[in-house]
Design a protein around this ligand. Sequence first.
Ligand code: GLU
Length: 555
Amino acid sequence: MATLKDLANLIFPNVNETIEDLEKRYPLRNLEEGSEVTRFAPSPTGFLHTGSLFTTLVTQKVANQSNGVFFIRLEDTDTKREIAGSGKELIDQLSVFGVVPNEGYMGDFEKGNYGPYKQSQRAHIYNVVIKDLITRGRAYPCFCSHEDLDELRKVQEAKKLIPGYYGEFAKCRNLSVEEQIKLVKEGKPFVIRFKSLGNHENKVEVDDLVRGHLLLSENDQDIVIYKSDGLPTYHFAHLVDDHFMRTTCVTRGEEWLPSLPIHIDLFNTMGWKAPKYAHLPVIMKNDNGTRRKLSKRKDNEAACSYFLQDGYPVYAFKQYLFTIANSNYEEWQRDNKELKLSDFNFQFNKMSLDGALFDIDKLKYFSKELLASYSGEEMKEFAKEYAKKYNDELYQLIIRDEDYFTQIMSIEKDKENPRKDYEKCADILEKVKFFYEPYFSNMMENGLPYNENIDKKIISKVLQEFVDTLNYEVSEQEWFNNLKALAVRNNFAESAKIYKQNKELYLGSVNDIAEMVRISLTTSKQSPNIYYVLRILGKEEIARRISKSIEVLNK
Ligand code: GLU
């Protein structure tokens, strides 16, 4: 009489190792009590998604703050969806965000004793476990064709039954060993299914670190564990990999929550202790009043690269993602300005349950704060690195004269509350180009927005006197006092307040004078503090710009 062992040997003739061998090869990790082993398990199917970075940051944090291990495993068993090279690209992108695993798949190489860390290279390990399950009668070959499965679906739909391969519908479950052996020998294509002994009517209890205590319907599905291409499915690979890589805490997107009963069934069947689970919320977007998942196709913000292209500092982006991770992070950071993200104690139970809304304004807030804290030199370096990669026009300006650019970036940095001028590098060019030729001349050609209520001749005269008497080698206060004196000499009030009290006595106020100067030097009514602009442009350039403006006024 043929036995299950014969069947297992027929399907896996070259698999000689046992589960015990694997247990020995991948021993329990020697870590202190409470240390967590976590993993990020991306599929190589495209760019680094903002949601994936979020998951990764949390995953890394949990390991780091418990002196544990954080590793990366590449889940490349879905060969149809794989995009060549994207596994390595993910690793490169993660490292841009400061995420470097302690162990695992590193792009070009692997590090650690629990590998291989690419699922496509682990068939020999999965096969040991499948062979064991077949021998124990807990897995079997299924010869159903696509047509058979379509037919089954239709029957279940018509009867309004739960879809799937289970119980009485699991046709191949009931084949005799002889029949199974015969069909395999005939070369009939097959997959291997797990044989579940569960009952959908029963409940299983699980504690999720984010969602708390859950009562879920037991699994009864005979899921596929081994595909016709010889590779495992996600569920089975999760079982084997997280067991033998000794993961203690699985952090993954909440879309996996419905599959949890399958995973519990698998772990119980093997007699293995399941890891702790944390199903993380999905990042949502407000789309005209409705909340939906950030979409790879529709939303720029779904790709982490978008934030790099716009020149947000990586650190600010990470800070922002931590506000999604823990509701108390923002307050903690505000109260502890000197502390770093690495000092923050992340807790699963402070995570929102219903998906976090992506909030670009909050990201801008963190970014502005961080950029405002940079010195002029740091800002120059940051902008230069950004521009070199993403914005050649800005790069050319920076390298034309790095000291000059640093001076621009230093505007008002010496003040107690430095201005928060920039929220990202992509804003810089537009804000600084008036400092440079030919931008300045081109901008002048678009017209200068002087106040039309003031006679052009008066503006010209004031401007000329401004250059003739200019001295910016004094304090800002003294410089402004001089500007007031210039105003008074020309029949403008020395303050807006005085002007408002007696409008008929004056042509305007010192504010109008400042505006004339500002427009002449920057072509715009808005600019950084003019005292600083003067010091950067220097006497010669100021004189040149003012005389050009007078020319325009006299036309
Ligand atoms: N490859 C799976 C995914 O990308 C991993 C899920 C998990 O972390 O277990 O969704």
